[in-house]
Design a protein around this ligand. Structure first.
Ligand code: MN
Ligand code: MN
Length: 303
């Protein structure tokens, strides 16, 4: 049973998500600060009356995902770099997840080729993402496309189904031809994200993290001092990922990071480490959110 009113919320989230990434492209230049880029993209979304489903990810070069500017982030876009802008929006918890990759400084060469490979893989996915298709076959198409372009797909990253207020519904769409089978059915919502790299094709956890999430089942109790912040986080962000930046103005600025660290140490918050390419290869990513229909796909993350 496909509820059109719900699909319309996915569509609205998707359109604003695509607009936000396109806006990001216009301001992502050498010298732009990550903090400025991130906050302006997020503001663009909120100003359209749409919610964020995760902090904007601005991952550079061999960082494949999960870099989101910190409160006092001073980093600046370089003259040469591969920047993934991964944006998440939501309308009443119905999510859009969308990523583009930018050749910062327009250096062409391998930078542009990696982007083209991920984009070609995503194109193939969009053409084949309909009822009856198996996600293993989708992964095989991604792998073939990226290998044909002379690069390697990232094997331990991939697409995922979306549910209300849930970014990763439990079905995985591999970027290779191996994984758990799942046959697409009408009304399924998926984010699909081919990654191409010059490296090994595996990501490993980095030693820092900038994105957190409320944990519904913590192992420890927290003290009264930080419990108020935890309740604020739960109310504001539900179980969706958030950035400490989003607490600015809601509590004393100097208390934000100590409180978050305390909550994370008590397991009340989960955190997302940076995902780094194991061989330090350059990484490109392209991602769309798709509604599965009978014999066709509908991309929500388009303008
Ligand atoms: Mn994404
Ligand atoms: Mn995703």
């Amino acid at each position: 049973m496909v509820d059109e009113a719900i699909l319309d919320k996915y569509r609205k989230a998707g359109r604003v998500c695509a607009e936000a990434a396109a806006f990001g492209r216009t301001i992502a230049k050498p010298g732009t600060t990550m903090l400025d880029l991130g906050t302006r993209i997020e503001k663009f979304i909120v100003d359209k009356g749409v919610g964020l489903s995760f902090p904007v990810n601005l991952s550079l070069d061999d960082c494949a995902a999960h870099y989101s500017p910190g409160i006092d982030d001073k980093s600046v876009l370089p003259e040469k770099g591969l920047l993934k802008i991964d944006v998440g929006t939501q309308v009443d918890g119905y999510i859009a997840d969308h990523a583009i990759t930018i050749d910062v400084g327009s250096n062409g060469g391998v930078y542009q080729k990696l982007i083209d490979a991920a984009a070609a893989a995503l194109d193939v996915v969009v053409k084949n993402f309909y009822t009856g298709e198996n996600v293993i076959h989708i992964g095989k198409l991604v792998e073939e496309t990226i290998v044909k372009a002379g690069f390697t797909p990232i094997r331990n990253l991939g697409g995922h189904n979306l549910e209300q207020y849930n970014l990763h519904g439990g079905v995985f769409v591999p970027n290779t031809g191996s994984g758990y089978p799942y046959v697409l059915k009408e009304g399924d919502i998926f984010a699909v994200e081919p990654f191409s790299t010059t490296g090994t094709g595996y990501v490993v956890d980095g030693s820092t993290w900038m994105i957190y999430r409320f944990n519904k089942r913590p192992r420890h109790q927290v003290n009264m001092q930080v419990a108020t912040t935890l309740e604020l986080i739960r109310k504001q962000f539900n179980t969706l990922p958030f950035s400490p930046r989003w607490l600015i103005g809601k509590m004393p600025r100097e208390r934000i990071m100590p409180t978050i660290k305390e909550l994370a140490s008590k397991d009340s918050l989960q955190y997302y480490p940076l995902l780094m390419e194991r061989g330090k290869g350059l990484v490109a990513q392209m991602e769309h959110t798709i509604i599965v229909h009978k014999d066709r796909s509908e991309v929500t993350t388009v303008i």
